[in-house]
Design a protein around this ligand. Structure first.
Ligand code: NDP
Ligand code: 8X3
Length: 259
């Protein structure tokens, strides 16, 4: 159902974005994969071409892009080759948390990075991609929110704030696109084992592993599967918001650890 559709995935070099690339590659979509780490994208692209695409790299276009850089986003989108310019699905997945600190002890650089990536980066992509969708009367925007956008947890302050912003922005976009056929969805996971916690703790992998200790978290494939479901509904069906979490999690703060 997504065969030959052009799908732009931000944050495709790892975790949920990488899993999305894989699931849509299986379906024969044309993938624009964006992230800062080009070598990771290249490796993924080589694997996908070898595994799923018969001919060349013509099904994948790589974008080395920092979503925080507005002019870079503008240039990347406006300079897409003609055969890649008509984006059918935008998956605004690039995002991160930095630190887990009390607000009054928080690190300014951590705050800027989260706000610039999770809110402003998502806005830039949306602002530059959606006008084309409106013009072509075709498109779907999927924003990756979080349970953190629904429930604030201790020391989550700014990260939770950015995801609450994603929730509001998704609602606003849906309202503003009423009267067009463009669909808007927010997919909001609980705990997913990716590089997320390692990034949050600035590379402290022991601390990152402890986050998932004794419980069975979601996998990136679990989330990609839900995203795939959302974008393959009939054209008149809009899934506004989905919250998914592991069976071992009941809320942002309530988890079941067996050890
Ligand atoms: P990962 O750290 O595994 O992946 C994050 C991706 O975002 C990477 O590909 C990274 O690429 C990209 N990224 C980060 N900053 C930028 C930037 N400035 N410009 C472009 N790309 C960027 O984490 P996840 O897969 O878990 O995270 C994906 C999304 O899911 C995030 O929005 C996160 O908030 C959300 N989420 C995660 C949950 C979890 O428990 N893991 C739960 C709920 C939501 P690169 O570094 O190469 O630029
Ligand atoms: C990531 C999930 O609960 O660590 O958004 O914030 S959580």
């Amino acid at each position: 159902m997504t065969k030959n559709q052009t799908i732009l995935i931000t944050g495709a070099s790892s975790g949920i974005g990488e899993a999305c690339a894989r699931i849509f590659a299986i379906e024969g979509a044309k993938l624009i994969l964006a992230a800062r780490r080009l070598e990771r994208l290249q490796k993924l692209s080589d694997e996908l071409v070898e595994t799923y695409f018969e001919t060349s790299h013509q099904n994948i276009y790589l974008l080395q892009l920092d979503v925080r850089d507005r002019s870079a986003v503008e240039s990347a989108i406006s300079n897409l080759p003609d055969e890649w310019a008509d984006i059918d699905i935008l998956i605004n997945n690039a995002g991160l948390s930095r630190g887990l600190d009390k607000l009054h002890e928080g690190d300014f650089q951590d705050w800027e990075e989260m706000i610039d990536t999770n809110i402003k980066g998502l806005l830039y992509l949306t602002r530059y991609v959606v006008p084309g969708m409106v013009k072509r009367e075709r498109g779907h925007v999927v924003n990756i929110g979080s349970i953190a956008g629904h429930q604030t947890y201790p020391k989550g302050n700014v990260y939770c704030g950015t995801k609450a912003a994603v929730k509001s922005i998704t609602e606003g976009l849906k309202q503003d696109l009423l009267g067009t056929p463009i669909r808007v969805t927010s997919v909001d996971p609980g705990m997913v084992e990716t590089e997320f916690s390692e990034v949050r703790f600035h590379g402290d992998s022991d601390r990152a592993q402890n986050v998932y200790q004794g419980l069975t978290p979601l996998t990136p494939d679990d989330v990609a599967d839900v995203i795939f479901f959302c974008v393959t509904r009939p054209a008149h069906v809009n899934i506004n918001e989905i919250i998914l979490m592991p069976v071992d999690q009941a809320s942002a703060t309530l988890v079941n650890r067996r050890t």
